[in-house]
Design a protein around this ligand. Structure first.
Ligand SMILES: C[S@@+](CC[C@H](N)C(=O)[O-])C[C@H]1O[C@@H](n2cnc3c(N)ncnc32)[C@H](O)[C@@H]1O
Length: 232
């Protein structure tokens, strides 16, 4: 069964006080469907400059987003997460940044193909997705065929997706999902990032959740995927 958030006529439905409070940050935050009008026009209409478009799903408290945007002023960055209070806490911190190369969406990762035009995105980032460990909840995992199809659609030919996870079973799940697809080449795969791939981009930073997992002695797993678009 396809999650209805992938469907054209999907509408966000919720009642959450933080949804309204997010309007305090309307300079850089968009909520729910608001951002979908910018599909295909992020660089020209939103950022008003040509630059690499980097999109992060599951931004969380935004430690990576803030550091990355400050260190990479030449990149246009869109972060997104669907948790309300967490989004609000993040926006309070974003407000203090002295940079303008990012936007934040209170939105679902399932909507990327409604948020971005085919081939609009250079890089997709997805760090420590919720693992949904119980068998009956596995179907809620974002990393499965419909998401990969959407990622393939929005990425440019040769565009990259970077993933990290702490969770062994989700990592195995991702390996299985990747076996069944022909949209991405796996250019890097590791079950122990910090011992096996110290020179890789994924080992150039630690997210908030990653620090916690590393303290617990958990090996970080990860992938770099390259879109095969244009090479079939
Ligand atoms: C474990 S946290 C990791 C946060 C951050 N990436 C980090 O590493 O510190 C996972 C985040 O993904 C968000 N998330 C999970 N599923 C999502 C979805 N389908 N769309 C958007 N965000 C999602 C959750 O709300 C949560 O903030």
């Amino acid at each position: 069964m396809v999650d209805h958030a992938y469907l054209e006529n999907f509408k966000y439905k919720h009642r959450n006080p933080y949804h309204e409070k997010l309007t305090e940050f309307s300079e850089f935050v968009m909520r729910d469907e608001e951002a979908e009008v910018h599909k295909g026009k992020w660089n020209s209409d939103v950022f008003k400059r040509d630059a690499r478009l980097v999109v992060e799903v599951g931004t969380g408290y935004g430690h990576f987003m803030r550091e990355y945007c400050e260190n990479n002023p030449d990149v246009n960055f869109v972060g997104m997460d669907y948790r309300f209070k967490r989004s609000y806490e993040l926006c309070k911190k974003l407000e203090r940044l002295k940079i303008d190369n990012y936007r934040y969406l209170r939105a679902k990762g399932e909507r990327i193909s409604f948020l971005f035009e085919d081939g609009e995105v250079d890089t997709l980032l997805y760090f420590f997705p919720d693992p949904w460990p119980k068998k009956r909840h596995n179907k809620k995992r974002l990393f499965q065929a419909p998401f990969l199809q959407s990622a393939y659609q929005v990425l440019k030919p040769g565009g990259r997706m970077f993933i990290k996870t702490d969770h062994d079973a989700y990592y195995e799940w991702m390996c299985e999902v990747l076996k069944d697809q022909d949209q991405f080449t796996i250019s890097m795969q590791t079950a122990d990032l910090w011992n096996e791939q110290q020179d890789h981009f994924l080992a150039s930073f630690q997210t908030k959740f990653e620090k916690i997992f590393l303290k617990q002695g958990i090996n970080i797993k990860g992938f770099e995927l390259i879109s095969k678009k244009g090479s079939h």
